[in-house]
Design a protein around this ligand. Structure first.
Ligand code: IMP
Ligand code: MG
Length: 181
């Protein structure tokens, strides 16, 4: 698989994001809201790169499209979200692509009446973004390529890769075949 971003590059930028959030939210009631499932690897690394008290919470977003590389209709499940009233919330996702997911997440989180809401992502596919919103924090801007690893999947596989890679046709075919999908 072609490596787009190495493990070391990711760790450096994630540590930088942790330091940035620690400074910005010092003395404030921060909840880092990880978006299932893609953010789990980033969430685990990011919270350990922070130096302030914070809470961790989870929200689920999924979009089922015609293909496994294009987003479809967005579904958000707030069933796991704790009370966020008057708290400062950072929504943490793996990637900001078209931006539709983050817009939906903002709407969902606003209903909890938080003190503030910002977004942070590992990757931002700037050429694909169609919404007015932009991520408040991002680690890397990337070109319009389908990527996997460090939480990002294709057909629910490849999340465990420690780097960000661009899978080839054969690897993607195997990921579908391997699950009988
Ligand atoms: P959105 O287009 O910003 O709404 O992103 C929708 C979702 O599509 C993201 O949360 C990811 O789960 C997924 N996604 C977008 N681009 C990629 C990619 O290159 N690889 C894997 N998943 C992606
Ligand atoms: Mg996702």
């Amino acid at each position: 698989m072609k490596v787009l971003i190495t493990e070391a590059e990711i760790q450096e930028r994630v540590c930088g994001l942790g330091a940035c959030l620690s400074e910005k939210y010092a003395g404030r009631p921060l909840t880092v809201l990880g978006v299932l499932t893609g953010s789990i690897v980033l969430l685990a690394d990011l919270i350990r790169a922070t130096s302030i008290p914070l809470r961790v919470a989870l929200i689920e977003a999924s979009s089922y499209g015609e293909t496994r590389t294009e987003p479809g209709e967005l579904t958000i499940n707030i069933g796991l979200v704790p009370d966020l009233k008057d708290r400062d919330v950072v929504i943490l996702d793996d990637i900001f692509d078209t931006g539709n997911t983050m817009v939906g997440l903002y709407d969902a989180v606003q209903s909890f009446e938080p003190a503030s809401v910002q977004s942070a992502v590992l990757l931002w596919k700037t050429d694909r973004t169609v919404v007015d919103l932009q991520p408040d924090h991002f680690c890397f801007q990337i070109p319009d390529e389908f990527v996997v690893g460090y939480g990002l999947d294709y057909n629910d596989e490849f999340r465990n890769l420690p780097f960000i890679g661009i899978p080839n046709e054969e690897e993607m075919h195997e990921a579908v075949k391997g699950q009988g999908g």
